[in-house]
Structures are given as C-alpha cells and as structure tokens.
Design a protein around this ligand. Structure first.
Ligand code: CO8
Length: 260
C-alpha cells in the first residue's frame, strides 16, 4: 500500500516508518493520523515484523508538532476530535506487539515529542530538539503529553517542560531519561537499525512479555505488578523458547526461538 505522508519499508524483520511532510517539518495533520492508524493496524497483524524504527524525513525534523495551520481554524468540537484521534493513534503505536524505536533526527516538538513518548526506546541525533511548546500557542499538549511525559521523566521535569515550553536539547532529554542514546546524525539510523535487528533476533515471546510487564508495572500497585511478573515468568516455562534459550546457553550454541 502507498501512503501520502508516510514511507514504510522493511529490512528483514525490521519495519522502518518515516513521517514525510518535509515542507512543514513533518507536522502531523489529520491525514498523517489516518495513515499512522492504518499502518499500525497493518503492522500489528504482520507476523514477520519483530521491531519498528520510527523517524521523520530529512535532517531537520522528526515531527515539528501537530499542524498549527490546520489547528488554527478548529472549533472546540473539532479540537476534541483531533486530540482524541491523535491519542488513539499513539495508543495504537504503543500497543504494537513488538518494540518501537524512535530515531529522533531533529525537531520533536509538541505532537512530535508526544509521538516519541509512545515509543519504547529513543535514540536521538545530536541536533535533536524536544519540547512541549503548546502553552506558547495558548493550548496544552493534546496527544497524550501531559499523561505520558510525567510517567517518563517525572512530575517536576514534566511540569518544567510543559509550563516553560522551552526547547530541550538532546543532551538534556538524555539527562532526564527520555532519550537513551545521543549520536551524530549520520550514525542515527545505523544505531537504531542495529538495535532493532538485535531485538528482532531475540525470542519474540520473551520480548513481548517483558515489554508488556514493564508498561503495566507503571500503572499497577507494586504487589500486583510483582504478581503479574511471577505469573508471566512461570507461564514462559510452559513454552518452547524458555527451554531452547536455556539449553542453548548450556550447550554454548545460538538459540532458535519460535515465539512460543
Ligand atoms: N505546523 C505547521 N507548519 C509547521 C510546523 C507545525 N507544527 N512547524 C513548522 N512548520 C512549517 C513552517 O510554517 C514553515 O512553513 P513555510 O515554509 O511555508 O513558512 C516550514 O514548516 C519550515 O519551518 P520554519 O521556517 O519555521 O523553520 P525554522 O527552522 O525557522 O524553525 C521550528 C523550526 C523552530 C521547528 C519552527 O518551525 C517552529 O517553531 N514550529 C512550530 C513548533 C511547535 O510549536 N510545535 C507544537 C505545535 S502544537 C502541538 O503539537 C499540539 C499537539 C496536540 C494537538 C492536539 C489537538 C487539539
């Protein structure tokens, strides 16, 4: 399928999704949301995909935010619909059954920063700029920023970012834990792809289970999170990959995981 605002390519089990509206620094309009939702649904049922790298076209921007020109004319009902649609799309990305790596290659502002928050691992180029500048436009984050930023970087960091609306360098985003690696721009895709291929080579069941446990743990009381962990841990002993992984270690060979 071909898309107007996205490019989807595959390198073996790794999918690469590029948001592509370079004239407006890949800003997110309704069409981008519609296409992102459709691609997410398609990828979610593609059993060959084991990891996704998400990036923006060009060397200047990942996504410079929601499309301000499109939002400027909205009434309150339209703004609500746009916000809910964006939240649903980012939820769909977060719920994909494999890890998602954001390769942040430039500005990730407003909705762009919120899209990053829906990803699992964030690698940024040295020129990447993050931020939630919505207050400067007279609004607040509307694609999950208030809810997810606090979970990722903590309350006071989130409040500073959202209330001040300042641009945040890749180094500072790394310092507060939003970004896991900062690399020169020319190395960004290579680093993201290498990580994605490593993830794709692991047992998909263990990866999926670990990812889901960590996400659930953020919402659950500790006791319930620990119980969920023990249950999932034990459940893996009923399948193939646990036996294969441990036997392969003992026999000093590479494991052959089947995903069950
Ligand atoms: N929306 C629409 N167009 C944009 C956007 C955007 N977010 N960002 C950049 N563009 C356009 C510019 O208008 C310009 O277009 P043109 O060439 O036709 O004038 C082109 O992209 C290039 O941009 P600049 O000339 O401004 O490039 P600079 O290098 O001078 O500046 C910046 C780059 C700093 C990134 C600057 O473009 C900028 O500040 N952009 C806006 C950033 C921003 O405020 N983003 C947050 C938007 S609000 C948001 O995302 C809320 C999400 C929740 C929505 C909920 C809905 C209800």
């Amino acid at each position: 399928m071909s898309w107007e605002c996205l490019t989807l390519t595959f390198e073996g089990p790794v999918a690469v999704l590029t948001i592509s509206r370079p004239k407006v620094l890949n800003a997110i309009n309704d069409q981008v949301l519609t296409e992102l939702l459709a691609v997410s649904k398609e990828l979610a049922v593609n059993a060959d995909v084991r990891a996704l790298v998400l990036t923006g076209e060009g060397t200047k921007a990942f996504v410079a935010g929601a499309d301000i020109a499109a939002m400027a004319e909205m009434d309150a009902d339209q703004a609500f619909e746009f916000s809910r649609k964006g939240q649903a799309v980012f939820d769909a990305i977060e719920a994909l059954p494999f890890p998602v790596i954001a390769a942040v290659n430039g500005f990730a502002l407003g909705g762009g920063s919120e899209l990053v928050l829906a990803c699992d691992i964030v690698y940024a180029s040295e020129n990447a700029i993050f931020g939630q500048p919505e207050v400067k436009l007279g609004v607040v984050p509307g694609f999950g920023g208030t809810a997810r930023l606090v979970r990722v970087i903590g309350r006071n960091n989130a409040l500073e970012w959202i209330l001040m609306g300042d641009n945040v360098s890749a180094a500072d985003a790394y310092r507060v834990g939003l970004v896991q690696k900062v690399v020169p721009q020319e190395e960004l895709m290579q680093v993201a792809m290498a990580a994605a291929h490593r993830l794709a080579g692991l047992g998909p069941l263990a990866v999926r289970t670990a990812r889901s446990l960590v996400k659930k743990a953020q919402e659950l009381p500790l006791e319930q999170a620990l119980e969920a962990e023990a249950t999932a841990f034990a459940g893996l002993f009923k399948g193939h990959d646990q036996k294969e992984g441990m036997q392969a270690f003992l026999q000093r060979r590479k494991p052959e995981f089947k995903g069950n």
